[in-house]
Design a protein. Structure first.
Length: 370
């Protein structure tokens, strides 16, 4: 008899500042999520915010007070990926509080821990006769766990390969979730495509990316599904200026359903479907319908076709790298103009000491090739 497993994925799931919105905001977000998640066996989200404990009184930025997260379980997510660039915004204690808060309420987490050994442990779960392993990594250097400090699992090829080797021995199904790259583009960086395809050759079943806040293409490589970005799922994109007038359609996302079937003859089949979503001006997410739905489906086909064109990927990435370089140089200039020499030095040092920035700097000087 065939064995079947369906897994639902969303990209950036962020409830920051939801406590300042209408009383229906959270319940509506949870209702939509529950409806989608009820159609799959496992539901996985990137938790793009931290949950602050009661003693933290001032909660700006990418955070939600714990009291407002009590009903998060009603959204129906089984697993939260924590290796991202915001889970550590409030420090180690809040990172660990977020993790324990979720786990105490029945959720599973992956990608963060009390030290590097803890943070880099694959997550294992049994479902429908399958043993599933999930690996979660990010390129946000400042939040990396160490031997003595809590933090996230780093995007480092040797570490990923080691985790993958262990996971393949322990599980039937292996999923790698990656949080990385520049934002606001519908094309992944060439280095991320190369990394994903290299990892696909090592035998995971799924490689799922998030962070760009935009949709990017989906491909199959060595029979491994690679989704390069699922876009914003629930996100306060209209709060503040950060996502205003950005390229890439930040209001669009997809719910990705991946179906895995182990056939009686020993073969494995993997397929997927996408369910388009949209965010309105009140930051409320709903299923896309009509022309909006059809346009997202067509765009996803176009984004996926671009993955076959290395020159187009390189041009798109180099353009982003140039924007980043201009922003960085202007940041240094204005700090020096204000005679903030130490601040300017720290700003420059930060860019040359974090993986996120050194990657696009390399991309700039190689004209987008790497």
């Amino acid at each position: 008899m065939d064995k079947k497993l369906t897994i639902g994925f969303v990209g950036d799931f962020c409830l920051s500042q939801a406590h300042k919105k209408s009383t229906n905001y959270l319940s509506d977000a949870f209702d939509l999520s529950r409806k989608l998640n009820n159609s799959v066996d496992l539901a996985i989200a990137n938790l793009e915010f931290c949950i602050t404990p009661p003693d933290v009184k001032d909660v700006p930025g990418m955070a939600l007070p714990a009291i407002y997260a009590e009903n998060l379980s009603s959204a129906g997510f089984d697993i939260f990926c924590l290796s991202n660039n915001h889970i550590g915004d409030y420090g180690e204690d809040t990172l660990l509080h977020s993790k324990s808060f979720l786990e105490e309420r029945g959720h599973l987490t992956v990608g963060a821990g009390k030290n590097i050994l803890d943070a880099t442990q694959p997550l294992y779960i049994e479902k429908n006769g399958f043993r599933v392993a999930i690996i979660n990594v990010c390129d946000e250097t400042r939040y990396f766990a160490s031997e003595k400090t809590a933090g996230i699992s780093p995007l480092a090829k040797p570490i990923i390969k080691k985790m993958l080797c262990v996971a393949k021995k322990e599980a039937d199904v292996v999923i790698i979730c990656i949080h990385a790259d520049l934002e606001f583009s519908n094309s992944p960086a060439p280095w991320r495509v190369a990394l994903s395809r290299e990892l696909a050759e090592l035998g995971p079943d799924m490689i799922i990316h998030h962070h760009p806040h935009t949709l990017q293409g989906i491909e199959y490589w060595n029979d491994v599904i690679i989704a390069y970005s699922l876009g914003n799922y629930i996100f306060p994109i209209y709060d503040g200026d950060y996502m205003q007038n950005r390229e890439g359609f930040v209001d669009e996302g997809i719910y990705l359903t991946v179906t895995l079937v182990d056939k009686q003859d020993g073969t494995r089949e993997i397929s997927h479907k996408i369910t388009p979503t949209q965010i309105n001006k009140e930051n409320v997410t709903s299923l896309a319908t009509g022309d909006k739905k059809n346009n997202i489906i067509i765009k996803m086909q176009d984004y996926s076709t671009i993955l076959e064109n290395p020159s187009e990927l390189r041009r798109a990435y180099f353009r982003l790298c140039k924007i980043q370089m201009k922003t960085t140089l202007m940041g240094i200039y204005y700090r020096i103009a204000r005679k903030e020499y130490i601040v300017a030095w720290q700003y420059l040092k930060h860019h040359f000491s974090t993986n996120f920035h050194t990657r696009w700097i390399k991309g700039f000087f190689t004209l987008g090739q790497f």
